[in-house]
Ligand binder design. Structure first.
Ligand code: DGP
Length: 113
């Protein structure tokens, strides 16, 4: 089955990539909601957060650490930022390959919409 984010991970579809290693690819969101808005995507295809197993715990750790590194590189670590994982319809998930949103460069609101 085709997957947009697998295609970006494999370089079949272009993206503005800011970090890439064996475990994650980080690229700029095509519809940025903040001055910094990147997506941290595991190279392994996992459709939703519901599909994670205990064996995937390290992947989530690597995603968060990659986001932390990019936050520093983007200069938003001191001002602050938000990390978001959307799951399924009510969570607002539109691409079914898990991804961590890193948003920063402006003041975030709470509660989220
Ligand atoms: P979510 O709604 O949490 O599933 O977020 C999916 C995000 O993916 C959304 O903010 C827009 C982004 N996106 C969708 N298609 C593309 C694409 O082709 N390239 C890039 N860079 N981002 C995309």
């Amino acid at each position: 089955m085709s997957c947009l984010f697998c295609d970006i991970v494999e370089g079949k579809i272009p993206a503005q990539i800011v970090k890439k290693d064996d475990h994650v690819v980080v690229f700029r969101d095509i519809q940025p909601q903040a001055p910094t808005h990147v997506l941290v995507v595991p190279t392994k295809h996992i459709s939703t957060i519901n599909d994670l197993t205990g064996q995937d715990a390290a992947i989530i750790g690597k995603m968060v650490m990659a986001a932390q590194e990019v936050a520093v590189a983007e200069g938003i670590d001191e001002s602050g930022y938000r990390m978001v994982l959307n799951c399924n319809k009510d969570g607002g998930q539109s691409v079914f390959h898990i991804h961590l949103h890193l948003l920063g460069g402006r003041t975030m609101q709470w509660p989220p919409g």
